[in-house]
Design a protein around this ligand. Structure first.
Ligand SMILES: C[S@@+](CC[C@H](N)C(=O)[O-])C[C@H]1O[C@@H](n2cnc3c(N)ncnc32)[C@H](O)[C@@H]1O
Length: 339
């Protein structure tokens, strides 16, 4: 049984997406939290799943101590010796602090016990959101009430192999970036995609920004020391237009072609979803970029199935292909990856 977590508003779209991916499987919701299903996770892409708990087991634990014991049972003698592991522990019930407080107590008790009896496990426990490598294991524990929940252990190297489904961020939630000087809040999407990918625009790289105005994506790239070709019908914010690192092209984003392969295609153009999908596929087939972050925008909820072509056709063209409705996305999905 696998548990897939989504933003509560998008759980029905995640269920549809799972049904398209695994028509034979029975898909259902659990306590409004997500979808559980026995499907093959290998190669699966789910735009609406923020996090996956592979092979999750239902757990009951009557006390803080009992929860700590359950977690120890899930890791002791199970995780590879002296290899790093992450623990995501989170309440999915009630409002406010009560559930969080319980999880903090469970975490503190767990640390105490590891300190006394399993120091090697304590040493290997990592307290960060660093993107997984092939040595990292992940333990996820969700409390659906004070005494019930789900526990999932993903042993290295499987967490890494499933990184398009299994996030190093607890429950797949990436805290939104903050920068009051950016021309708009849209830059949070770019930064979140970079964080999920574990790769970011760097100094000296070249970047084409399609649909760039007012310029918050270009702003991030310029701040990092990259060179940007910004394509839009409207100019970007004045200071960005003056930047020696930015070249503005008043052109149609769908017709623009870079003179040579660029390090990054970033695209936040407002267009029908099929147009953005076709644009990305064309750039991938023509090998015009090494990395990409592309927003696919929707009107209403009827066209999400269009993403299936993208999953099918883009994945073989990429070393790494991700498709996620980001925390920073509204009615959008972000395609990002490495060619
Ligand atoms: C959501 S905004 C981009 C915001 C930008 N990423 C930022 O962070 O400031 C979308 C942009 O796409 C541009 N756009 C829409 N269709 C376009 C086209 N065919 N060619 C070029 N730009 C286009 C619009 O002018 C608009 O500035």
């Amino acid at each position: 049984m696998h548990l897939f977590l989504a933003d509560p508003d998008t759980v029905p779209f995640l269920a549809d997406e799972l049904r398209r991916a695994a028509p034979e499987a029975s898909v259902h919701e659990i306590e409004g939290l997500g979808i559980a299903e026995a499907v093959n996770l290998d190669g699966l892409l789910l735009a609406f799943a923020r996090q996956t708990l592979p092979d999750a087991a239902e757990v009951q634990a009557a006390s803080i101590n009992a929860w700590a014991d359950r977690i120890i049972d899930a890791v002791a003698g199970v995780l590879p010796d002296d290899q790093p592991w992450h623990l995501h522990l989170w309440p999915q019930y009630g409002e406010g602090r009560a559930g969080l407080h319980r999880c903090e107590l469970i975490y503190a008790t767990l640390l105490e016990r590891l300190k006394k009896r399993r120091r090697h496990l304590l040493r290997a426990l990592i307290d960060s959101d660093a993107v997984f490598d092939a040595q990292t294991s992940l333990v996820q524990c969700i409390l659906t009430s004070p005494e019930t929940g789900w526990l999932s252990t993903t042993i290295a190297p499987r967490a890494f192999a499933l990184r398009s489904l299994v996030s190093s961020y607890p429950f797949g939630e990436v805290p939104l970036a903050d920068d009051k000087s950016a021309p708009s809040r849209a830059f949070t999407k770019l930064v979140e995609a970079e964080q999920r990918l574990g790769k970011r625009i760097e100094r000296g790289e070249t970047c084409v920004d399609l649909g760039a105005s007012p310029g918050s994506w270009s702003y991030v790239a310029i701040q990092r020391g990259a060179h940007v070709i910004a394509v839009d019908r409207s100019e970007l914010r004045e200071d960005l237009m003056r930047s020696p690192r930015l070249r503005f092209e008043a052109a149609d984003a769908f017709k623009y072609q870079p003179p040579q392969t660029v390090d990054w295609l970033v695209c936040d153009v407002i267009a029908a979803p099929q147009r953005s999908i076709d644009l990305l596929l064309e750039w991938l087939r023509e090998k015009r970029m090494r990395n990409f972050i592309v927003t696919i925008k929707f009107k209403g909820h009827d066209e999400y199935a269009l993403l299936e072509t993208l999953k099918r056709d883009a994945s073989p063209l990429c070393a790494e292909f991700r498709l996620t409705r980001l925390c920073a996305n509204k009615n959008e999905v972000c395609a990002f990856g490495v060619v």
